[in-house]
Design a protein around this ligand. Structure first.
Ligand SMILES: Nc1ncnc2c1ncn2[C@@H]1O[C@H](COP(=O)(O)OP(=O)(O)OP(=O)(O)O)[C@@H](O)[C@H]1O
Ligand SMILES: [Mg+2]
Length: 224
């Protein structure tokens, strides 16, 4: 059993009166250091799967285990703490707080629960790693899409999570920046943090140790 597991994970939605499984009995086992990529067409259920994996969206069937604990059996406070402490999440689309600087956005997860340590030093190191330390004092509305994405990535890493989940972290980035971000994910995985991302097929060719295809709610192993 991996430290992070999807077991028969299912999300039923309704379109009109017609129910359908946006995610259909998906099982997946994640080990420390895994770098897992999920590809698939628009609407195939990728974000729905990641949102359930990140503890943000209750499944209608199956569940998610983190270190053998059923995360959907936890109460709200326990699940918030687990997410804050163990799961870094970069959602699809803009997720920064507009009234806070880049630097403060990165630090926020640190301050949500009582912690000790040099958060400022760590935030600057992370901003350097993602290549935007010169933007520390900028506000989200002053950033490009790729700079926002990189801020969200630094924010996801501030609490040293065991698992990093990112939903299309390289969409709308140029080829070079995409390679930089994918290499950063590789290094993160090599240090033992599991990385689970939704991405494009081309980005998976040189990176990651496992690739899956999401097809109408079903998760299938994929070989290039
Ligand atoms: N709240 C909802 N109610 C009903 N249907 C939904 C809801 N959220 C998503 N869906 C449907 O579930 C399916 C999966 O959506 P999801 O966002 O997971 O797709 P995706 O693979 O991430 O697509 P994209 O590549 O465009 O981001 C889609 O058909 C979508 O229309
Ligand atoms: Mg999506």
């Amino acid at each position: 059993m991996g430290f992070f597991e999807f077991k028969e994970l299912t999300k039923e939605y309704k379109r009109g009166k017609q129910p359908f499984n946006a995610v259909n009995h998906v099982s997946l086992s994640v080990e420390p250091g895994d770098f897992i990529s999920i590809i698939g067409r628009s609407g195939s259920g990728k974000s729905t799967l990641l949102n359930m994996g990140a503890g943000l969206l209750h499944p209608t069937g199956g569940t998610v285990f983190f270190e053998e604990r059923d995360i959907y059996g936890l109460n709200d406070k326990e699940i918030s703490f687990l997410r804050n402490e163990q799961i870094g999440y970069v959602p699809q689309g803009q997720s920064l707080l507009s009234n806070f600087t880049v630097f403060d956005n990165v630090c926020i997860p640190w301050f949500l629960f009582k912690r000790e340590g040099d958060v400022e030093g760590r935030a600057f190191t992370l901003l350097e790693k993602v290549g935007i330390s010169h933007l520390a004092a900028s506000y989200p509305k002053e950033l490009s899409g790729g700079e926002m994405r990189r801020t969200a990535l630094a924010r996801a890493l501030i609490n040293k999570p065991q698992l990093l989940i990112a939903d299309e972290p390289t969409s709308d980035l140029d080829v070079e920046t995409t390679a930089e971000i994918m290499e950063l994910f590789s290094r993160i995985a090599q240090k033992g943090t599991a990385v689970l991302i939704v991405t494009h097929e081309l980005d998976t060719l040189n990176y990651g140790n496992k690739t899956y295809l999401m097809d109408a709610g079903n998760l299938l192993p994929h070989t290039a």
